[in-house]
Design a protein around this ligand. Sequence first.
Ligand SMILES: Cc1ncc(COP(=O)(O)O)c(C=O)c1O
Length: 462
Amino acid sequence: MSTASDPTLLRDLLRATADHAADYLEGVDDRPVKAERSYAEILDAFDTPFPDDVQDPRAVLDALVADATPGITGMNHPRFFGFVIGGALPAALAADWMVSAWDQNAGLALPTPSVAAIEEIAGRWLLDVLGLPRDASFALVTGCQMAHATCLAAARHGVLRDAGWDVETDGLQGAPPVRVVAGAERHATIDRALRLLGLGTACIEAVAVDDAGAMRADALAEVLVGAQGPLIVCAQAGNVNTGAIDPLEDVADIAERAGAWLHVDGAFGLWAAASPRHRGSVAGIERADSWATDAHKWLNVPYDCGIAVVADRAAHRGAMGVTASYLEQSADTEPLRDPVDWTPEFSRRARGIPVYAALRSLGRTGVAELVDRLCACAWRFAASLDEDDGVEVLATGLNQTLLGFPEGVDVDALTAALAADGTCLMTATTWRGRRCLRVSVCNWKTTFADVDRSVAALRGVV
Ligand SMILES: Cc1ncc(COP(=O)(O)O)c(C=O)c1O
């Protein structure tokens, strides 16, 4: 039974899919946020023998939805505050469906003009809304992890090129040593990017941070006294636990004096630049050499979509460019741009399309409103809770709030009790040796009413 040979069946299948999706999304806000079934239960439900025969696609779809839905966590629920997870704006979700329907390999421009052109515009709009240099190059990758890998590959290329070494040809064996300097509370994905790039984690010199986890400018200056040779400084806009932002203007001054390549992890914090109200908190960010961020967090584009931006286009292209005789590559004249030359992926999904749709549907004011509202929600958590509730607000920065509890409170048990209540979902962390609860507000639907319901639920389990 093949849908390919029967257009009516395909249409029915896609309509049924749309109904399933709409049923899920219409009901999501009223469902418990936590998945109702465990991994083991869902594994059991799916653990049937691999079928010998062709199956009816409609039956596959219906069974998939029926069996999977109880194990789906409401990560796109307005009261999901775990990790750092955005939802999916309607226009971005719809565009993402079209990406699957069109099923383009988005590596090259010539075979798929619309995809490449839309990605080009999405990139230009991103640079615009984030206040980054308009002549920077960009790449849409799977997430901030690969955005770091892309940016730091460009950094590795740039700093070694300046030292007279061609790392793309000669690799790292025998290369001048590359120093990497980063805040002590950098995100784990910086370390993994350095591992992937063959620089290893032992090359990282950790800079002391302040009470909120932001890199201390004086400590950075001290580490860089007399610096010479290939040097990369990794700053952070948005500490994953506290939301703290490194003092970027000072960091940019110090990095510039040391002749360093300045990379910024702005997985969520870079979006502060899109809001007139919050832009000041990331002042100086535009002076960096590369920036890594996500569209699947604050911009609320469906998974997966990270963004790498590099000021030195030649270093970016030098690190990522690729040719093969069978490809239809463009002549490399702007604006014809082959995404494959800027990303670590060869074949790739048309990630620019949902990004374009998200930006177009929100507009400049909509992006700013989204940033402002989610920050205000995080601050409302902080303002609503205090010691009388048995809660200590340890930090609030941008859209993150970090909560501590008196000694003796089992934070993991409390986190589980909150999840079991079903009103909202928050996740625990260890910050400076102490178990804490993180509140990360990233969903486009979240309002003050969601915060107030979640605060009440939290009070109920403390
Ligand atoms: C500051 C920071 N950097 C990097 C990452 C990694 O992002 P991704 O999961 O998109 O790779 C995160 C994820 O939460 C983050 O908060």
